[in-house]
Design a binder for this molecule. Structure first.
Ligand SMILES: CC(C)(COP(=O)(O)OP(=O)(O)OC[C@H]1O[C@@H](n2cnc3c(N)ncnc32)[C@H](O)[C@@H]1OP(=O)(O)O)[C@@H](O)C(=O)NCCC(=O)NCCS
Length: 310
């Protein structure tokens, strides 16, 4: 029998429970399906999700509450930008699996996007059929395929060399307009405040690089986060494969001795081959899904889950 569920938004008092749910539900699913745990730090490390999403979009953590017990049966974050709504880190408690909890959360967020006349976008695992099916059954369609690549960055670092006629450097707040324009042209979305947040880096967990040509035009950017709850490169957009390779190398070099993961577009073999040359391995597969008209990608896109970017 399905449990009675009510939806409400989280407050700060819920954060410990939300973090525990993210940690337990995600690791449970992967371990139960013969894969490795996703979160390997302390259970509290997933408080990172509550903190980052709250910093960026206060009050947008949606909870499914089991009315019989008052406990949290599911949680999900969503973010509205001028071009889209994105959905991140959907979790249902294992005790409630298959009872429609995630569907209730998704329906609320889908309605929110529809009411605002915006597409709903996300990146879902292609190895996790429960997740893929949840979104696909609700009408989201895949438009891009990514392979998650993992590498323990050598302590001596990784050399990064800009292609001829280009140079690499740290991003600054003065770059945000050019970064926003580039992402709009490559991926069709716009979200200046995310980039300002990464570059301000008040937590000290973020890093962001840009690549520019001799005329000073930015042709690529890539952010990364290194924290016990998330060690990811992304988001990033680049005009050319060679921009992407140089930026990945530079962000990896900024994370010496750490094990990092990034989503590489599987239809750009020059990039994936360069990553194999670095001894990176595949550890997951993801698809970008959206409602409405699928975007036309005009370059290289590297999405992330921190925060969710499709
Ligand atoms: C993925 C997850 C959130 C699903 O939560 P859930 O509450 O069990 O999902 P629901 O019961 O709401 O069911 C999801 C929908 O997918 C459908 N579905 C599931 N497997 C399916 C399959 N193989 N083929 C077709 N449809 C399928 C269900 O029928 C249901 O659709 P319906 O409501 O229209 O019938 C949950 O398994 C979870 O938390 N996993 C670990 C964390 C995770 O992987 N999160 C996703 C990150 S991308």
């Amino acid at each position: 029998m399905n449990t009675a569920i009510e939806l409400r938004h989280a407050t700060r008092a819920d954060w410990d429970d939300v973090a525990a749910l993210i940690y337990q539900s995600t690791n449970h699913w992967y371990l139960a399906n013969g894969k490795s745990a996703i979160f390997t730090g302390e259970p509290s490390s997933t408080l990172l999700f509550c903190q980052v999403y709250e910093d960026l979009d206060p009050g947008r953590c949606l909870l499914a509450i089991d009315q019989a017990t008052g406990s949290i049966a599911g949680s999900c974050f969503y973010r509205q930008r001028e071009t889209h709504v994105s959905l991140g880190i959907m979790n249902a408690h294992p005790d409630h699996a298959g009872k429609g909890v995630a569907r209730r959360l998704l329906t609320f967020i889908r309605n929110f996007a529809d009411e605002n006349h915006l597409p709903l976008r996300l990146v879902s695992s292609a190895m996790n059929l429960d997740s893929f099916s949840l979104y696909n059954r609700a009408g989201l369609a895949p438009y891009a395929f990514y392979q998650d690549m993992i590498l323990e960055v050598p302590a001596k670092g990784i050399s990064s060399e800009a292609p001829v006629g280009k140079s690499l450097r740290d991003a600054t707040l003065a770059d945000v307009d050019a970064i926003v324009t580039l992402e709009q042209e490559v991926l069709g979305i716009s979200r200046a405040k995310d980039f300002e947040y990464f570059i301000r880096n008040e937590s000290g967990d973020w890093h962001m690089s840009v690549i520019e040509n001799n005329e000073g035009q930015i042709t690529g950017f890539l952010a990364s986060i290194q924290h016990p709850g998330s060690s990811l490169l992304g988001p990033g957009c680049m005009r050319e494969d060679e921009d992407a390779i140089a930026l990945i190398q530079r962000e990896l070099d900024a994370r010496r001795g750490k094990t990092m993961v990034w989503l590489a577009p599987s239809n750009r073999p020059a990039i994936t081959q360069a990553m194999y040359d670095l001894r990176a391995k595949n550890c997951e597969l993801h698809v970008a899904q959206t409602t409405g008209t699928p975007p036309q990608i005009n370059g290289v896109v590297m999405p992330t889950f921190m925060p969710e970017t499709a």
